[in-house]
Design a protein around this ligand. Structure first.
Ligand SMILES: Cc1ncc(C[n+]2csc(CCOP(=O)(O)OP(=O)(O)O)c2C)c(N)n1
Length: 514
């Protein structure tokens, strides 16, 4: 058996079921082994940013890593932006990069690059396999690293001769360490803080945004009056009717400062201290008042759910507490696009148990609160700010969850970074309704310009306007094999969305919002 085959059999033994790929010559032996072994689903992405974004969306929903297969340093580099988003979201991913044979590398052929250095930029673990005898155990180690809480990116570089030479037997799966429990003193400190009566907020992120963590956090809020929030971006959150409606910290620094301004304590559970996306002249980096004390109940890799349940018990909170009312009621609105009205409309129509993937930038901010009252669903968001995440992430999520409707909310500017993912949706017949907010500008950048006290000039208009030529989203989608329609009003959106949800397979709705 070749090294490549021993690696694939190892990945399979470690429960890796899917390989998102854009291969080249250095990966040919890996591809041949995929043919021979069978059993791993191979999914082609027509750009590496699609491949890595798919792996992110897949793992967020499957709660285990997929493999990616990428070509040398340049192929990997094309996938970095969405690996960056995955890393910020603590998504487990195993990257396999085929590379030049070690004895060929010194001749510096065209695709030679510093692959390890590129990989280090977004990986928690990087290893180049030295021999075909070793590649199987390297593969098992990569999966172990990826699955170690809170989820990591492991990158294995496989030189060509390692893939084609005679390999070892496949390696057995390595044990995945359990999430460590928090210390009893940490829970007792939190009890004291929350009983002090001073204004406190619990900031929830990662694992605790699943149902169990949210219900435990709600028990604590019920017993103490503590406020609950999530960071501005959520990796994956359980939402919808009957679930605690925990809102995000606002994106805009001034709004965030207002929301957090009266706090004396912030308790972090799987979260980091809240900072602005960017620095602005005269504004602070940290979005809590300087006299607000920061406490850690659970670090991202610890068992935050157990910590919250423990804390709720210590506080003597009942096991079942009322869930607060949240936001406006679902309602199909009419007229031109307006973000909150879109949110109430989506809430009225969202299928039960849907997965919502959001990379909607300015159009997305006001959609979050009105959808607390939608049918139960999971919400996935771009976590690293590298736009162009939505289409690929939704594609991967749909591979992970074939029985759930995936709804992708994508801003048009970001959508153009990775629209090839639509082709993968068509090729794999994935059940995704893509909604593109076609405002035909980089609206957020106009807002930043206004915020800096400037009016747009010729250069800004050239750089922020997407007209000349306009983007034809229906044409683009159809050319990639995805049925599509364009709407300009909320009532038309409701009709088309309802019909799109009533059928299987990918669909794209261009919502002309301006
Ligand atoms: C990978 C990457 N490149 C560039 C940017 C800078 N950037 C932030 S928002 C934005 C434009 C967003 O436009 P669009 O996606 O249409 O959303 P809108 O602002 O119109 O709501 C750009 C270019 C970024 N965040 N990430």
């Amino acid at each position: 058996m070749t090294g490549a085959e021993s690696l694939i059999r190892t990945l399979m033994a470690s429960d890796v079921e899917v390989c998102f790929a854009n291969p080249g010559t250095t990966e040919i032996y890996f591809v041949m082994a995929l043919d021979k072994v069978g059993g791993i689903r191979s999914v082609l992405g027509l750009a590496e940013t699609v491949v890595t974004g798919c792996a992110d969306g897949y793992a967020r929903m499957a709660e285990k890593p997929a493999a990616t297969l990428l070509h040398c340093g340049p192929g990997f580099a094309n996938g970095i932006a969405n690996l960056h988003n995955a890393r910020k979201g603590n998504t487990p991913i195993v990257n396999v990069i085929g590379d030049q044979a070690t004895y060929h590398r010194p001749f510096d052929p065209p695709l030679t690059a510093d692959t390890e250095e590129l990989a280090r930029a977004v990986s928690h673990w990087v290893r180049t396999s030295n021999s075909a005898q070793q590649v199987a155990s390297d593969g098992a180690a990569a999966v172990q690293v990826a699955r170690t809480a809170p989820g990591q990116i492991a990158t294995l570089i496989v030189p060509a001769e390692v893939a084609w030479s005679e390999g070892n037997e496949p390696a057995l799966p390595l044990p995945v360490p359990k999430r460590p429990l928090v210390a009893p003193e940490t829970v007792q400190t939190a009890v004291r803080i929350l009983r002090s009566g001073e204004p406190a907020m619990i900031l929830l992120s990662g694992q605790v945004l699943g149902e169990a963590g949210l219900f435990a956090a709600q028990r604590i809020a019920h017993a103490t009056g503590a406020m609950l929030r999530t960071p501005t971006q959520v990796h994956r959150m359980a939402r919808g009717r009957g679930r605690p409606p925990v809102d995000r910290i606002p994106y805009l620094v001034d709004k965030a400062l207002k929301t957090l301004g009266s706090l004396k304590h912030m308790i972090l559970v799987g979260a980091r201290p809240p900072v602005g996306f960017f620095a602005y002249p005269g504004k602070p980096s940290l979005m809590v008042p300087s006299d607000c004390a920061m406490h850690v109940l659970a670090r991202p890799e610890q068992d935050g759910v157990a910590a919250l349940e423990w804390l709720a018990d210590e506080l003597g909170s009942p096991r079942v507490v009322p869930i607060p009312e949240a936001g406006p009621k679902p309602r199909i609105a009419s007229g031109r696009f307006e973000a909150e009205a879109f949110g109430t409309t989506l809430a009225a129509l969202l299928p039960e148990n849907a997965v919502v993937v959001e990379d909607a930038v300015t159009s997305g901010r006001a959609i979050f609160p009105p959808t607390f009252n939608a049918a139960p669903h999971d919400w996935i968001q771009i976590t690293g700010g590298a736009i162009g995440h939505g289409f690929p992430c939704a594609t991967g999520a749909a591979v992970a969850c074939p029985d759930r409707k995936v709804v992708c909310l994508q801003a048009d500017g970001g959508g153009m970074y990775s629209l090839q993912a639509l082709w993968t949706q068509a090729r794999e017949n994935l059940d995704v309704v893509n909604v593109v907010f076609a405002n035909r500008v980089y609206l957020i950048l106009y807002a930043e310009l206004h915020g800096a006290g400037q009016s747009p000039g010729p250069a800004s208009n050239n750089l922020f306007h997407l007209g000349r030529p306009g983007l034809d989203w229906v044409g683009l989608a159809k050319s990639l094999g995805v049925e599509a329609a364009s709407v300009e009003t909320l009532e038309d959106f409701a009709d088309v969305f309802r019909a799109a949800c009533g059928r299987r397979g990918p669909f794209l709705i261009e919502f002309k919002t301006s």
